[in-house]
Write a protein that binds this ligand. Structure first.
Ligand code: SF4
Ligand code: SF4
Length: 281
C-alpha cells in the first residue's frame, strides 16, 4: 500500500510540485498570517513580497510604457528582475508554475479526456502572437492597459477574494471553450501573456533534455508527446533530431518527465549551451 502510494507520488512528482507552488503563490496573496499579515500584497501584475521585494509583470510594464504612463523606478526594477529570471533561466515556466489559469485549463483538458470529448476546433498557434501584437498596439494608440481590461489571470485572483458575476462568466466561458470546443485553446493558442513569456524566455537555460536511452530508442512510444500541453515542442527530441527541447512554447511543466517511465528525459540547466551545441555538431 505504502509502496503503491510512493510510486504514485513519484509518477506525478512534477505535477505535485507545480500544484504546490501554484497554490502557495495564491495563498501568499490571500492568507493573513496572525502577527505578520500577508506574505504578498497586490496581485501577479504587481506585487510586494515580504514587505520589501517589488515584482512587476514585464508585460504590464510594457503596456504601461506604451500607454504613456510614467514608470516608477521600483516597478521598473521589479520588471527587470522578473523578466531576467525568465529570460536567462526559466523560459516560459510562468505558465505552468505560477499562472492560476493553468489550474483551470489543465482541469478542462483532464475532463475532456475523461469525457472522451473528440470535437476540436482547429486554431492556429500563432493567433496568440497576433493577440499580443494587438494588445500592445491598443495600449499604444488607446493610451490604456488594453489587455488588463480582460486579463483572466488578474480576474482569477480577484475572483478568489471578491466574487463578481462578470469575472465568473469570463472564467467559465474560457473553461467551457477549452472543454467542449477546442483542445488546449486558451493557453496553447490564444493567451498573449503565455506568448509574451515564451518570447522573452527564448534563451532560458532550463531545458527538457533527452538522456540517451536504449529503451526509448527501442520502443519509440512517444508517450511524452501525448501529455505535453504543446506536443510539437517534443517532436524534434522524439525523432532524435534534437537533444533538448528548444521551442519557446515549452512551459517546463515536467509532464513529459512524469510520463516517461524509461527515464529518457530530464530537466537540466544548460548554462553554456552544451546540449544544443552537441546536436548542432
Ligand atoms: S498561456 Fe496565459 S493563461 Fe495559460 S498559463 Fe500561460 S499565462 Fe496563464
Ligand atoms: S516538453 Fe515537457 S516540460 Fe515542455 S511543455 Fe511539453 S510536457 Fe511540459
Amino acid at each position: 500500500m505504502l509502496r503503491r502510494l510512493k510510486r504514485g507520488l513519484y509518477r506525478h512528482r512534477w505535477l505535485l510540485m507545480r500544484r504546490i507552488v501554484q497554490i502557495s503563490i495564491l495563498l501568499a496573496f490571500t492568507v493573513h498570517i496572525p502577527g505578520y499579515g500577508k506574505i504578498a500584497d497586490g496581485n501577479l501584475s504587481s506585487s510586494l513580497w515580504f514587505g520589501e521585494l517589488k515584482l512587476t509583470d514585464p508585460f504590464i510594464l510594457l503596456q504601461s510604457f506604451l500607454a504613456g504612463s510614467s514608470i516608477a523606478l521600483p516597478a521598473l526594477l521589479g520588471a527587470i528582475l522578473v523578466g531576467g529570471f525568465y529570460a536567462f533561466f526559466a523560459g516560459r515556466l510562468y505558465c505552468s508554475w505560477v499562472c492560476p489559469i493553468n489550474l483551470l485549463t489543465d482541469l478542462a483538458y483532464w475532463l475532456r479526456k475523461k469525457l472522451k470529448i473528440k470535437g476540436n476546433m482547429s486554431l492556429s498557434r500563432s493567433l496568440r502572437l497576433w493577440i499580443l501584437a494587438l494588445a500592445l498596439a491598443l495600449s499604444l494608440f488607446g493610451g490604456t492597459l488594453a489587455w488588463e481590461m480582460v486579463n483572466p489571470i488578474t480576474r482569477f485572483q480577484r475572483e478568489l477574494i471578491w466574487f463578481s458575476f462578470s469575472g465568473a462568466m469570463l472564467l467559465g466561458a474560457l473553461f467551457l471553450f477549452d472543454l467542449f470546443v477546442s483542445r488546449r485553446a486558451w493557453c496553447g493558442h490564444l493567451c498573449p501573456v503565455g506568448a509574451f513569456y515564451g518570447l522573452i524566455g527564448r534563451y532560458g537555460r532550463l531545458k527538457v533534455t533527452a538522456t540517451p536511452s536504449e529503451s526509448c530508442d527501442a520502443s519509440g512510444c512517444s508517450r511524452c508527446m501525448t501529455v505535453c500541453p504543446e506536443p510539437h515542442v517534443l517532436a524534434p527530441v522524439v525523432s532524435k533530431q534534437a537533444q533538448a527541447v528548444t521551442s519557446v512554447d515549452c512551459t517546463r511543466c515536467g509532464a513529459c518527465l512524469d510520463e516517461c517511465h524509461e527515464g529518457a528525459l530530464s530537466m537540466k540547466l544548460d548554462l553554456v549551451g552544451m546540449v544544443t551545441r552537441k546536436v548542432d555538431e
